[in-house]
Design a protein around this ligand. Structure first.
Ligand code: PMV
Length: 320
């Protein structure tokens, strides 16, 4: 009744933005991501009859704030297994910085895998991704390594992740932490508000699917520049839907823009690199892994005191 799992974070190249079903966490659009080696979460789950409430430890400290969300998530497995045992959950986030990078993807993927094993439910990876989805949308994609697509589906069973490519053709990311503080607005709230108030949102579900189709062709052809260009364009379009919300949602900070300008400067010099940004100010740069250190060195000229991490593609979730 005890298991431990490790899952890696992922960054979307085609973004998921907006839910069609809040309760089931079904997305308005399919998305695609790169799983990253440098950022991961390890979680141990132990079901036991000796306690009446779940207990959750985050990085060695009991965390009562997140407990209800975790318990609700574990209930999905308890219902599926027809069991009542409570659990002791111990999570360690291996991210080089305290905050700033979403740990919900690796967090819920690791929790799903450990709970799947500890409860004896033992569903396969595809079904496991539907469980991870209920914790956090992006966690759906962290079940697999390399390049992963989350197919939006039409219901709980059909909204799952699939592996697209192992990303072993010199692909990496440079992550620039421009701000470590907690984000001002959660992605959940941001999505809701964008759907309800932004006149620019109505084009998003269909347009992002065109980007998805194009990027999948680029990946198949191993056309890195095309893949990067679509990635950058898609991120900007997602942020455009948010800028149109009322009140406007803006995750850009001056330093985020500076990173983007450096990316363009490098590109003008013939180095293929492309930025993307999520519901926070940190910028992730898709690049050739072999050029990651060189890109980092250029960024260090303007970001001496900042954390800059070069990472390659990461593996899927594993029981450890
Ligand atoms: O996984 P969530 O519900 O926190 O949403 C993630 C949203 C984005 O990071 C902005 C995009 C994505 O596809 O990961």
């Amino acid at each position: 009744m005890k298991a431990k799992a490790r899952a890696h974070a992922n960054i979307a190249l085609i973004k998921y933005w907006g839910k069609s079903d809040e309760n089931l966490s079904l997305p308005m659009n399919s998305s695609l991501s790169l799983t990253l080696d440098a950022f991961y979460t390890e979680t141990e789950v132990e079901f036991t009859n000796s306690i009446n409430e779940d207990v959750f430890f985050l990085n060695g400290v009991e965390d009562k704030n997140t407990l209800s969300k975790i318990s609700k998530f574990l209930d999905l497995f308890r219902i599926a297994r027809n069991m009542n045992e409570r659990a002791i959950i111990k999570t360690i986030n291996y991210v080089p910085t305290a905050a700033g990078l979403a740990s919900s993807a690796s967090g819920f993927a690791a929790l799903a895998a450990a709970t799947n094993k500890a409860s004896g439910l033992d569903v396969n990876s595809r079904e496991l991704s539907t469980f991870a989805r209920r914790g956090s949308g992006s966690a759906t994609r962290s079940i697999y390594g390399g390049i992963v697509e989350w197919q939006k589906g039409i219901n709980d069973k059909t909204s799952f992740a699939v592996e697209i490519d192992d990303a072993s053709w010199d692909i990496g990311m440079v992550v620039v932490i421009v701000n470590r503080e907690e984000k001002k607005m959660s992605s959940r709230e941001g999505m809701k508000s964008t759907i309800l108030t932004s006149p620019f949102y109505k084009n998003w579900p269909e347009d992002s699917q065109k980007d998805l189709k194009e990027i999948k062709i680029a990946i198949k052809e191993k056309d890195f520049e095309k893949m990067g260009y679509i990635t950058e364009r898609n991120a900007l379009k997602m942020h455009a839907t948010m800028l149109g919300a009322n009140p406007p949602i803006m995750y850009f900070e001056p330093k985020s823009i500076l990173v983007m300008q450096i990316v363009h400067e490098l590109r003008d010099k013939g180095i293929p690199c492309f930025f993307t940004m999520d519901a926070g100010p940190n910028v992730k740069i898709l690049c050739r892994l072999s050029q990651g250190e060189m890109i980092k060195n250029r960024l260090m000229e303007d970001f001496k005191e900042y954390e800059i991490i070069v990472t390659g593609p990461g593996p899927g979730v594993e029981i450890i």
